[in-house]
Design a protein around this ligand. Structure first.
Ligand SMILES: Nc1nc2c(c(=O)[nH]1)N[C@H]1C(S)=C(S)[C@@H](COP(=O)(O)OP(=O)(O)OC[C@H]3O[C@@H](n4cnc5c(=O)[nH]c(N)nc54)[C@H](O)[C@@H]3O)O[C@H]1N2
Ligand SMILES: Nc1nc2c(c(=O)[nH]1)N[C@H]1C(S)=C(S)[C@@H](COP(=O)(O)OP(=O)(O)OC[C@H]3O[C@@H](n4cnc5c(=O)[nH]c(N)nc54)[C@H](O)[C@@H]3O)O[C@H]1N2
Ligand SMILES: [Mo]
Length: 788
């Protein structure tokens, strides 16, 4: 792929005089990102330019300003574009950001202007993967897709079609159009399970009634923060300053991670842990807390289902079988069994030692029974966290004035029992009452999803009865024709060849599917294996609305320029398809119409957003669960989950060893003794940004893996060697960083490298699916590493 250097691709001809001012501007952009992109390669300026009496020409003078949200699954900063002569010449921070956007946002100027942009529909003209194409017209392209879809419907039925998207663009309209089209042609097979945070979906949504609350606005009120298996210095860089403030004020930030990450290196303490064992640590901490009576009984009794009774077979005792809120408790005042929500009730947390013990146990005791084996010593043996540290973490968290757990969408969730890891952390907050106050709580991805309900842009017909398969096992299903053959796969707003597990198998699947359509703005790793690539618009080339998870802003994204060549936005593309297939009636409108419709019923209007661009829509001073109420049917935090038990596992957090771990049931450790974990890079958001020349210049143009010196020397690997990480699924080529920053037995691979850059680390990742919530298990992967 041709990825021209940002400085040359901007095609600005700078005279010696104009550079003085422009150079300063480039320097300012670089400083915002904390990096020195083009500034380092720029010609040296005269140290005393001021002596010249000539006034430097401002190349930005007279530029028009436009605003848009940076739309991939990141922090959705508001960006400002400067436009001159129909071209975007600079992208900088927009308005109302809570923190500064980063170099990725700034690099949009290269993405928008690079010669590598796709400008015409491209039809495969060689084998899949050969990267040989012939340009065709949109009329031909649309007719071809419509014909292939109709053929799939006629021969297999709608289940022979998959039209998938994931996290590539969080804008409302971009997200609505493909499903609207598919619903109108009768539906398709769907792919289930997020690749990201199934653990939180499965744990927090059920236990607390909702997810997507962040505690961002009160981080600085905390005096003790557990950053658990995530790396906010990179993945939430806009807010990391707040963690630093906590430490400046004498508070502690503890990072629990197998890797001495960017966050760990800036924390008070790094607690290395064996991957996929976090639940054992959390259960062990809970045991210390309860054994030492550091738990908050009053909070637990009032706000959780912990005092509720279970019968001898472990099932909840309900007043009415059909009323899920009718949990029963033993009232300590009357020694009788009453509803948990009876007036004036003071429930027993445990019935041990009472007459009720013969008939019942409580959810509290049932929960603690799962912790019983996790003594600090047992936790040390399983997780590698020293016993004394387990006790210290438990005491410090429980005793903190305001303790907060940062889960975000951490790496520990992308393991086969990620749901329990999240649930056991939730219990730590609930049992210690570290929730509902400023500086406490459980940090989830966040954003305004719970506060701003947009109106549906399209009224889709209901489609029922079509099959679904887990996204992480798509390749298996394609190759085995289960539950039926797939004839058409349309992929947009995602990058399967870098992000889905087991890339080698996925490549085979993409080769097998008769017609693969990729809609993207660059020739991505996935587009390489398509039959037809449709060029789409990027940010600032289409109008859209952002009001979603992760950002507190509601933003109108302006269309500042036309997309290059014949590229179009997703709305246009799916509108053409809908018309061609005779279902275009609801697609007759422009972007503004759909945005106005989405905002109906909210307190924001299109015209207001047109003026203000980005508005903080997060309720001022909101603290999740401040009133002690949760969003469950009982209004209490529901510790016991029948839904988990229905999957054949415990209804309360319990530690199960992942199959693909050292000592796990797969037995793969005999052949592949190293645990591979993934990390995200500051230079990319998954498959986006990282292949731009600017990013390659300031970061690297090849993948690295971190290896502990012990593991490296056992394999004669030296720092900087070319290495291959491999297992039965495939190989990932990288350069070794030999470092104590990762614990022995673990290697760290980077997320997001393209085929054109040597290939993704997903070639080796585990493609099994978590049983509780369909977890993506990329961080539960075993492999070996060799020079090569
Ligand atoms: N720059 C940048 N920012 C991003 C993204 C990006 O790609 N680039 N992606 C966005 C998205 S979609 C997401 S989901 C978030 C993710 O945000 P993070 O979860 O912070 O990102 P990761 O780098 O996947 O994982 C963080 C850490 O998890 C550790 N880890 C892996 N497995 C385990 C485990 O079993 N236990 C423990 N304790 N630690 C483990 C890894 O060593 C790594 O340091 O970031 C968002 N922000
Ligand atoms: N090995 C490994 N795999 C992982 C992870 C990991 O850490 N390691 N992390 C997992 C996580 S947390 C996540 S969230 C997923 C993310 O995986 P994906 O959701 O696949 O995310 P991206 O790679 O960012 O894909 C975004 C693509 O959408 C395109 N795009 C952007 N805007 C538009 C638009 O308006 N229209 C269209 N048609 N396309 C657009 C971009 O150009 C880009 O190619 O990956 C998961 N996979
Ligand atoms: Mo994610």
């Amino acid at each position: 792929m041709e990825t021209p250097n940002k400085c040359s691709s901007s095609k600005q001809k700078l005279s010696r005089r104009t550079f003085v001012k422009a150079g300063a501007a480039v320097g300012a952009v670089a400083a915002v990102g904390g990096l020195t992109a083009c500034a380092t390669s720029a010609p040296k300026t005269d140290p005393k330019p001021a002596e010249s009496t000539e006034v430097a020409e401002d190349i930005f003078a007279g530029a028009q300003e436009f605003y848009a949200s940076c739309p991939p699954e990141c922090q959705h900063h508001n960006l400002k574009a400067l436009v001159k002569d129909g071209k975007i010449i600079k992208v900088e921070a927009g308005v109302n950001n809570e923190s500064l956007p980063c170099l990725r946002g700034m690099s949009r100027v290269e993405w928008l202007n690079t010669d590598a942009r796709l400008t015409k529909p491209l039809l495969r003209d060689g084998e899949k993967g050969d990267n040989k194409w012939k340009e065709i017209s949109w009329d031909e392209a649309i007719a071809m897709v419509a014909e292939k879809l109709q053929d799939a419907i006629d021969t297999v039925g709608n289940a022979g079609i998959v039209c998938d998207s994931h996290a590539g663009n969080f804008n409302a309209l971009a997200g609505a159009v493909a499903p609207a089209f598919i619903a109108r042609i009768g539906g398709a097979m769907s792919l289930t399970g997020t690749l990201c945070c199934a653990g939180t979906n499965g744990a927090t949504t059920t236990m607390l009634g909702r997810r997507f609350y962040d505690t961002r606005n009160t981080i600085v009120d905390s005096d003790y923060i557990l950053v658990w298996g995530n790396n906010p210095a990179v993945s939430m860089n806009g807010y990391f300053e707040r963690f630093v403030k906590v430490m400046d004020k004498g508070g502690k930030v503890i990072t629990i991670d197998p890797v001495h990450s960017e966050t760990a290196s800036k924390s008070t303490d790094w607690v290395p842990i064996t991957p996929a064992t976090d639940t054992a640590l959390a259960l062990g901490m809970l045991k210390v807390i309860v054994d030492e009576k550091l738990h908050k009984e009053d909070f637990i009794k009032a706000h959780t289902t912990a005092p509720c009774l279970l019968d001898k077979s472990g099932l909840p005792v309900m007043e009415k079988a059909d009323d899920k809120t009718s949990y029963m408790v033993v009232d300590s005042k009357t020694n009788t069994v009453v509803r948990h929500d009876s007036a004036g009730v003071d429930p027993l947390l445990t019935v041990k030692g009472t007459q009720h013990e013969a008939s019942y146990t409580t959810i509290f005791d049932f929960t603690m029974a799962e912790c019983a084996q996790w003594t600090p010593e047992a936790v040390e043996a399983e997780t590698g966290v020293p016993a004394a540290k387990v006790t210290e973490l438990a005491r410090d968290y429980a005793n903190a004035k305001n303790g907060m757990i940062i889960q975000n969408m951490g790496g520990f969730m992308r393991t086969s029992y990620g749901t329990y890891a999240v649930a056991s952390q939730n219990n730590l907050a609930l049992f210690t009452g570290q929730i509902g106050r400023a500086g406490t709580g459980l940090y989830d991805a966040g954003g305004v999803t719970n506060f701003l309900k947009l109106t549906a842009m399209f009224d889709n017909p209901k489609v029922e009865g079509l099959p679904s398969v887990p996204r992480v096992q798509f390749a298996h299903h394609v190759l085995n024709d289960t539950p039926n053959p797939i004839k058409v796969f349309i992929s947009s707003r995602e990058s399967p060849m870098t992000q889905w597990p087991n890339s080698g198998l996925l490549k085979e699947a993409l080769k097998k599917i008769p017609f693969v359509v990729v809609i993207d703005s660059l020739m991505t790793s996935t587009a390489l294996y398509a039959d037809l690539v449709l060029p789409c618009a990027a940010v600032f080339e289409t109008e859209d609305l952002m009001a979603n998870a992760r950002s507190h802003l509601v933003q109108l994204s302006d269309k500042a320029i036309d997309p290059p060549g014949e590229a179009h936005d997703d709305l246009w593309i799916f509108t053409q398809l809908a018309k061609k297939m005779g279902v275009g009636a609801d697609f007759e409108h422009d972007n503004e119409y759909y945005i106005r419709k989405a905002l109906e019923g909210t307190e924001f209007t299109y015209d207001q957003l047109k003026k203000e661009h980005a508005i903080d829509a997060y309720p001022k001073d909101f603290i999740p669960y401040q009133d002690g109420e949760f969003y469950t049917e009982t209004k209490k935090a529901e510790i016991y989950q029948a839904g988990w038990a229905s999957k054949g596992v415990k209804p309360v957090p319990s530690y199960y060893k992942g199959a693909e771990t050292v000592g796990g049931s797969s037995g793969l450790d005999a052949k592949y003794p190293l645990a591979v974990v993934q990390r995200k890079l500051r230079s990319c958001v998954h498959g986006t940004f990282g292949a731009l020349a600017m990013m390659e210049n300031v970061n690297r143009n090849h993948a690295c893996v971190m290896v502990n010196p012990k593991d490296a020397s056992a394999r004669s690997i030296a720092d900087g060697d070319s290495v291959v990480v491999y297992n039965d699924r495939g190989e990932h080529k990288a350069k070794a960083i030999v470092t104590e920053n990762v614990i022995p037995g673990v290697i760290v691979a980077e997320n997001g490298w393209w085929e054109q850059q040597g290939g993704s680390s997903s070639y080796v990742t585990n493609d099994s699916v978590g049983i509780i919530s369909g977890e993506h298990c990329c961080n539960e992967t075993l492999a070996e590493i060799k020079k090569g």
